[in-house]
Write a protein that binds this ligand. Structure first.
Ligand SMILES: Cc1ncc(COP(=O)(O)O)c(C=O)c1O
Length: 494
């Protein structure tokens, strides 16, 4: 239970002269100050809250209690895949040998870190069936952009400059067309069939000598395996295009099926999704990009290389004359790389192959247990996630948003809502492989309870949440009129 007083804004807890710290004497002598650029010197005291130590600790502890995370409760957020993050990952990546590294250190002082980087490149290549990886991109969307730049560089290297279009299914995640547009490519949309998979008949007429390639995720964003993938890859290759795999949905494939074997040429992996690392609010992430044999020279700089002799090996950071140059500062987001490597080593080859089947089992268990209360537009077995199209009984006017808000009252994070865009009341649920049957049962029970409430007392659901620190927000206003500083809040209150 949060304390009302300490839940106030930290500036409201401020009292003139209160201190929760002591600092050593100012070591800057007069001459130091004189030698500094005068415009950088502070002219007056900063306007900071003046609070004692206990107030600070209680304020922030109260604030953290208002937060929801993977350590707080079940997080069925489809597509964004917030999965279990073993604490060993945190311990390893926080070790001073890793956390204290500086990107400008000499190569011979960071051989261990480069070995981690190199080994993860190799592991991802093996897991995905591709030839080589860069770990430099910072997120899935950044990986997509990098991958599309590789695609464009490949065509340009063959003087094939008229390939300016990228095919994207109508079920695609929004970042796919956005990345293509940022890369200067034109987006062509291919329709889905009623079963949710790409309509091959709709695809065929789109193919021609202006197609740079096609972006797909498999299983797609509806959690359905694209069973025509080999045929689709063949058609795209026959017209001279390349296949791009959006690896955000790699989870159910792990150890069972490799994008490289399905005909994909370029892909990214969301390390923060498939290989743990809690993320949210824009970070932290890592979107390594892999390519099939023959495309390695298009990967961005810098690259980590291993050289070996009879009884020695060493790692080096190299820059090639890659057309892409560099797409990030240094070697990417090392802490996420470290967590992913720890996760892969902790699981090992055998357990990694259990991830897909368990994630699939969990998703199907929830789907089958709720399909009598929630509208299931696509029947049959799903992979790691699935989509309901809102409540089955729509007569009460209770929407997907209302159900999502009511879930918060019961201590569950909401699923992804209103995506994919193919269904009006989309509610996308992804339980991930690590959840226990008891957790899934508790979620199912609450979802059934909410469906019952919607039928018997719709206002209760429509006005939810009732028990959260902040009640229902005006999402549009929150997005358009952001208040992120105390000064802005003061301004808004005037
Ligand atoms: C299918 C799919 N593709 C791409 C992305 C983009 O990944 P990121 O959020 O790391 O940029 C997401 C993330 O939500 C996704 O679900």
């Amino acid at each position: 239970m949060n304390n009302q007083y300490y839940s106030k804004l930290i500036f409201e807890l401020s009292h003139e002269g209160r201190r929760g710290y002591s600092l050593p004497d100012n070591e800057f002598k007069e001459y130091d100050l004189a030698s500094m650029p005068q415009n950088l010197l502070r002219q007056q005291e900063p306007d900071l809250p003046q609070v004692d130590e206990l107030t600070v600790v209680r304020h922030y502890t109260n604030m953290s209690n208002n937060n929801f995370g993977v350590d707080t409760g079940f997080y069925p957020l489809g597509s964004c895949t917030m999965k279990y993050n073993p604490k060993i990952n945190e311990e390893i990546c926080a070790m001073p040998a890793f956390s204290g590294l500086h990107p400008l250190q000499q190569e011979n002082t960071v051989q261990g870190a480069l070995e981690v980087y190199y080994n993860l490149q190799r592991s991802l290549a093996e897991i995905s069936g591709l030839s080589e990886f860069t770990l430099n991109p910072y997120a899935g969307a950044h990986g997509e952009l990098t991958g599309l730049m590789i695609m464009r560089s490949y065509h340009m290297s063959r003087n094939d400059s008229k390939r300016t279009k990228v095919i994207v299914p109508d079920s695609a995640h929004g970042t796919n067309p956005a990345s293509a547009a940022v890369c200067g490519l034109e987006v062509v949309v291919v329709k889905s069939r009623p079963d949710g998979t790409v309509d091959v008949d709709d695809l065929q007429p789109l193919l021609g000598d202006d197609i740079a390639g096609m972006m797909m995720t498999n299983p797609n964003t509806l959690g359905i395996f694209e069973h025509d993938i080999a045929k689709i890859a063949q058609l795209v290759h026959d017209c001279g295009g390349l296949m791009y795999y959006d690896g955000a949905n790699l989870n159910p494939m792990l150890g069972k099926c490799r994008p490289g074997d399905l005909g994909f040429d370029i892909m990214h992996i969301n390390l923060h999704k498939t290989f743990s690392t809690p993320h949210g609010g824009g970070g932290p992430g890592s979107g390594p990009v892999g390519v099939r044999a023959g495309l390695e020279q298009f990967l961005p700089n810098p690259r980590v290389k291993r050289t070996e002799g009879d009884d020695w090996y060493q790692y080096s950071i190299e820059n090639t004359d890659s057309a892409l140059g560099s797409i990030s500062s240094f070697l990417g987001n090392f802490a996420v790389i470290m967590r992913a490597y720890t996760y892969i080593l902790t699981l090992g080859r055998e357990n990694l192959a259990q991830v897909g089947p368990l994630a699939t089992l969990n998703a199907n268990y929830i789907k089958e247990s709720l399909k009598d209360c929630y509208e299931l537009p696509l029947k049959g077995v799903c992979k790691h996630e699935f989509v309901f199209d809102g409540l089955k009984d729509k007569s009460t006017g209770v929407t997907t948003l209302d159900v999502a808000k009511r879930l918060l009252d019961y201590g569950f994070h909401a699923p992804t809502i209103y995506f994919p865009l193919l269904f009006h009341e989309a509610m996308m649920i992804e339980p991930t492989e690590n959840e226990s049957k008891e957790t899934l049962d508790a979620f199912i029970e609450v979802m059934r309870k909410i469906a019952h409430e919607a039928a018997t007392d719709p206002e209760l659901v429509k006005s939810a949440p009732h028990h959260t620190p902040v009640r229902r927000l005006d999402d549009t206003k929150a997005a358009l009129k952001q208040i992120v500083t105390f000064a802005e809040l003061r301004q808004a209150e005037l």
